[in-house]
Design a protein around this ligand. Structure first.
Ligand code: IMP
Length: 424
């Protein structure tokens, strides 16, 4: 398929990187369309583990990579990642960086941290990478864009203008240290020299690739329920991970997208604060966390774990227009004798609903209604296709398909690149 969007269908960390890595084999270009180094994609190839934050996961396959205008870029992280790839023997990393993407500046990190500290118990639980403040400045038209690195004078001027305001905030509102103009300007001029050769008209590049009949993957970061508009606001990120955003975040028309693949874990995890109806109670949650190694790639934080939530997944199918699902980490469930799956929510007055609540208070109050499926209690290591899964594991996958009316095209059964099963 020429243009495929890969989108997280839950609260992130679904294993999108691994699915992108798999599909990238047959693609010509891989693009990121939103988010920044709050993302953390882990790809295991033999003895090597790649943890990627800024680059699209397709970089591991040596594919040309696009960082679209919808992204926010921390130059320090991006440059470190490029250096690391070179060190590990990928010298010809072909990266096209949109001039319209916004740069994460040191004050964005400082404000993200200070604002979370200030919120105290009401904190969002951000990754503290400056994502929200950077997108806020973009909307305020105070941001510094990648294309500003092309001219040293403009870059310095923009830093000066921004700092005049940011230092006031830092000192007076957040009671923290201001930044020195000369220090920041010198540091960013150093980054600018590394970024200049990467700056490109990425909209034109992707348009041409599609016109030439090339296969392009659009890799979402974060996920549907962290979407600024469609997620569980305010416990969301500051960009739009949903599939439609691939068009605006790269600069192509929406009709160019041919297929949307949603990635969901066979259970659910969430990092940060916010309601989570199917969160597992008691010791079983810690067991699931250990079995699934559910600790954040970027922050190392413990992820909260829950049973598969089909109400939320049905919503993700709707708001993204998901055509196919990839169900990851099914092997983690091999250790449980019984597998509750949330099929509806119950409101405090006893009403049951299969559709995701439109109002935040209803979502906060929602309790899960479970259907308990039988476990399979055996490892999935030896299976090389979905058809070879134990009957109960196949039953689990088919239950998801029936409930959502969407085909599960891929099933993840382990960390390795080869542990993704197809239907055949
Ligand atoms: P921010 O994106 O750093 O502003 O964080 C906002 C919310 O999104 C927090 O709840 C984070 O934990 C969550 N978040 C951001 N990026 C990811 C991710 O890649 N995986 C899971 N959660 C994320």
């Amino acid at each position: 398929m020429p243009a495929t969007v890969i989108v997280g269908a839950q609260w992130g960390d679904e294993g999108k990187g691994k699915i992108v890595d798999l599909l990238a084999q047959h693609s010509d270009v891989v693009c990121r369309y939103q988010g920044g180094p709050n993302a953390g994609h882990t790809i295991v190839v033999g003895d090597e583990t790649y943890k990627i934050r800024a680059l699209p996961s397709g970089v591991v396959r040596g594919k040309p990579c696009v960082i679209g205008n919808g992204c926010v870029v921390d130059p320090e992280v991006l440059i470190a990642e490029l250096d690391e790839f070179e060190r590990r023997g990928h010298p010809s990393c072909e990266v096209y960086l949109s001039g319209n993407a916004h740069l994460i500046m040191p004050w964005h990190l400082a404000i993200d941290q200070a604002s979370e500290r200030r919120l105290g118990k009401l904190a969002i639980g951000t990754t503290r990478r400056g994502i929200g403040p950077c997108y806020a400045d973009k909307a305020m038209r105070l941001g510094i864009r990648v294309q500003d690195v092309l001219d040293a004078k403009i870059l310095r001027q923009k830093i000066e203008v921004a700092l005049a305001e940011k230092n006031l905030w830092l000192e007076r509102v957040y009671e923290t240290e201001p930044f020195d103009l000369e220090t920041v300007a010198a540091k960013y001029e150093g980054y600018a020299q590394r970024l200049r050769p990467l700056v490109a008209d990425t909209s034109l590049y992707v348009d041409r690739a599609l016109r030439d009949g090339k296969d392009v993957l659009f890799e979402g970061a974060q996920a549907t329920l962290l979407d600024l508009d469609h997620g569980t606001y305010p416990f969301v990120t500051s960009s739009n991970p949903v599939a439609a955003s691939a068009a605006t975040g790269v600069g192509i028309g929406p009709q160019r997208i041919d297929r949307v693949v949603g990635v969901a874990k066979a259970y659910v995890t969430r990092v940060g604060e916010g309601p989570f109806p199917s969160e597992i109670e008691g010791d079983e949650q810690a067991r699931m966390r250990e079995l699934g190694a559910e600790y954040g790639t970027v922050t190392g934080r413990e992820r909260r774990c829950g049973w598969l939530d089909l109400v939320a997944l049905r919503y993700a199918v709707r708001v993204n227009g998901i055509d196919h699902l990839a169900l990851t980490k099914l092997d983690v469930l091999s250790h449980f004798a019984e597998l509750p799956v949330c099929i509806r929510y119950r409101t405090p007055d006893g009403v049951e609903m299969g559709d995701f609540p439109a109002h935040q208070s209803d979502f906060h109050a929602a309790r899960p209604v479970y259907e308990v499926l039988e476990g399979w209690n055996e490892p999935l290591d030896g299976c090389s296709s979905v058809a070879e899964l134990p009957a109960a594991a196949r039953g689990y996958v088919e239950f998801v398909e029936r409930e959502l009316d969407v085909e599960v095209m891929l099933v993840g059964t382990g960390a390795e690149r080869s542990s993704v099963l197809t239907r055949a």
